[in-house]
Design a protein around this ligand. Sequence first.
Ligand SMILES: C[S@@+](CC[C@H](N)C(=O)[O-])C[C@H]1O[C@@H](n2cnc3c(N)ncnc32)[C@H](O)[C@@H]1O
Length: 264
Amino acid sequence: METFQLAGPGPVAYEKHLVPVLFEPLAERLVALVRAAPGESALDVACGTGVVARRLLAIGARVTGLDLNADMLAHARALEPGVTWVEGDAQDLALPAASFDLATCQQGLQFMADAGAALRSIHRVLRPGGRLAVALWRPLRTSPGFDVLTDALDARVGAAAGDVLRAPFAAGDPRPVCDLASRAGFVGVRVHNYCHPTRFESVEDLVRSEIASTPLAEVAQTWPADTIPNMVADVAAALADYVADDGVLFPICSYVVTATASDG
Ligand SMILES: C[S@@+](CC[C@H](N)C(=O)[O-])C[C@H]1O[C@@H](n2cnc3c(N)ncnc32)[C@H](O)[C@@H]1O
């Protein structure tokens, strides 16, 4: 199972190239939906380099950010020492029961082999009445730029490379996530839909940024020299209708599941 592990320069590239265009707009929406308030105790699960945790901190919450990946956490810590950064597995949180007022998880649940275990674990660490907000991408076809880049990876490298980029979009249907949340003990489960525009300087910037900032970065070192230029040409042809004077622009769509922890 793809768990979106970055190493070496990966987390810095992720924060620089992908966070501003993909994750920051969504983090703003996610934090609004979870209704964080000053002084509350917040847990951001699968925090990566910390975009959601930083936003919760700015509101005045006391924030813990948890992630599997030590390199992501090291960059998160360098960017914001005011958050408690914890290395751990969301599927089995080693945190005290009933210790958080709210929990967020942005683009992390799709990388967990047992999403139900993660939701049960989050439910355990929330106090009764604690709030949850989980954000996931909608299907790949709702994001034309990544859809055609996945096709180019399939054609120029192979399906295993395309699958790395398909994995983030694998939980596009909210119904199973809602079902797992209910079974984990959450009530008032609701789905909110959100789309925002994404802009890259050029098609080449889109292709190179995505490769440098995802688990493709390491394997890309072994590709023949013409692989990336060929992919850029493929993507430019397929995305011609989305190219503007100031770059390439296309939508990307997510859903956010919100819910409340029951007493049980
Ligand atoms: C696409 S990144 C999202 C990071 C961050 N939430 C954001 O919005 O930028 C996915 C993150 O999920 C983390 N992750 C994957 N499986 C995990 C698990 N079982 N427990 C905790 N973190 C996990 C990865 O290490 C990675 O940092």
